[in-house]
Design a protein around this ligand. Structure first.
Ligand SMILES: [Zn+2]
Length: 258
């Protein structure tokens, strides 16, 4: 889940069309061929996703990226970036992690990458599908610094409270307070946008922690919203599926008019 920061990239100015003629179906096949989709995720269930109409925009790759890929080869999950809406992995039903494998290097590397990418992007929650791995792993953290970036009135209205790094594997969620609250939220996978999303006020999340130990957390307010957002990612859902669409906005919409 995204925090209030905005990342602006102007790479499109340098774009060089290198993949002209690539058919949309190639994106789906590329996702299926990902290494993480084979040995580790034996029970992976791919949900149907809509293939967008191909446009020249989605076929563009910067010349720098072309060279990097040529020299280093294609990057493989877990990525050190956040997958963006349109990537089939974000519409995939994440598979559970075999508990006996949690302490193995592959899962520990995945957890470390999740935390690194989450902190680098300034977000307060990230799920494994967002780094290209369709497994049931989420990391959440609401540091004091981000908490203080919000005004006192916002903190109180949204029931914000800082909390330390919390990792859940194979989580399940139970609603504790079905009162619905609607507040703006963003997502690193839909970078640069916000919308009001209705969420339950209080939930309980239970599962395993990064050491493979049983863990349970009962929360209300903003942490409960973060949990619901990340749980949705494990079910192939994005906040745009639940948002009040009339509140959907681009964060820097005012700058466009300057
Ligand atoms: Zn998200």
């Amino acid at each position: 889940m995204a925090s209030g920061r905005i990342g602006t990239f102007l790479q499109h100015r340098l774009s060089h069309r290198l993949c002209k003629g690539l058919k949309p179906i190639c994106y789906g096949l590329a996702a299926l061929n990902r290494p993480w989709c084979c040995p580790l995720v034996a029970d992976l269930v791919l949900v149907p996703y809509r293939t967008c109409i191909s446009t020249s925009q989605e076929k563009q790759r910067t010349y720098w990226k072309y060279l990097k890929r040529k020299v280093l080869g294609p990057s493989v999950p877990p990525y050190k970036h956040v997958c963006q809406a349109g990537d089939p992995v974000l519409r995939t039903l994440a598979a559970p992690v075999e508990p006996s494998r949690i302490l193995e290097p592959e899962i520990q590397t995945l957890i470390r990458t999740l935390v690194t990418v989450m902190r680098r992007s300034g977000s307060v929650g990230l799920s494994a599908p967002q780094v290209g791995v369709p497994l049931q792993v989420v990391a959440m953290e609401f540091p004091e610094k981000i908490y203080r970036e919000n005004s006192v009135s916002v903190r109180e209205a949204r029931e914000m409270v800082p909390f330390p790094l919390t990792v859940f594997i194979n989580p399940t969620m139970r609603v504790l307070d079905s009162h619905i609250l609607s507040f703006p939220e963003g997502c690193e996978s839909i970078s640069g946008f916000l919308a009001c999303v209705p969420r339950y006020r209080a939930v309980e999340i239970s599962g395993l922690n990064e050491k493979g130990e049983a863990a349970c957390w009962q929360v209300q307010g903003w942490p409960a919203r973060i949990i619901q957002h990340e749980m949705d990612h494990l079910h192939g859902l994005l906040y745009v599926d639940k948002m009040d669409s009339k509140t959907f906005l681009k964060r820097n919409w005012m700058e466009v008019n300057d």
